[in-house]
Write a protein that binds this ligand. Sequence first.
Ligand code: GDP
Length: 140
Amino acid sequence: MPTERTLAIVKPDAVRARHAGHIIQRIEEAGFQIRAMRLVHLTKREAEGFYAVHRERPFFASLTSFMSSGPAIVLGLEAPDAIRKWRTLMGATDPAKADPGSIRKEFGTSIENNATHGSDGADTAAFELGYFFPGIQFAR
Ligand code: GDP
C-alpha cells in the first residue's frame, strides 16, 4: 500500500467539547504519523474557500458559519492508504449512521457537528493540505 498524506481537521465542535486530545490519541493509535499540525480559527471567508466545492449545497452557509465558529485543529497525516484509512476511522458523515467505534459515532452530535473532517481523494488531499500548509516541508 503506498504511503499517502491526508488532511484531517478536528472541527470546532470537538475542540470546544475538549475532545481534541482523545481524537488525536485515536489518530496515533491507528498508526498515522502526524507530519504537520496547527490550531486555526477560520474566518467565514477562509471556511468558504476551503469548502468551495460545496457552495451550491443548501447547507453551505450553515457549514461555513460552524467551521468559523471557534478554533479547529488541522493535521497533515501520513500512513499507507492514509486517505481511505482516515475516512474509515472517522465513520459516515452523519454520526447517527456511523459505525460503532468510529470517531464521528463517538464524538459527533449531528450531521453538521460531526467532530472531524478528512480529505475524500488524492486531488482533494493535495488541495486541502496546500490550503492549510502552503509551501511547508512536512516533518519526517
Ligand atoms: P464528509 O466528506 O463526510 O465530511 O461530507 P461532505 O463532504 O458531504 O460534507 C461536508 C461537511 O458538511 C460534513 O462533514 C458536515 O459537517 C456538513 N454536512 C454534510 N451534509 C450536511 C447536511 O445535510 N446538513 C448540514 N447542515 N451539514 C451537512
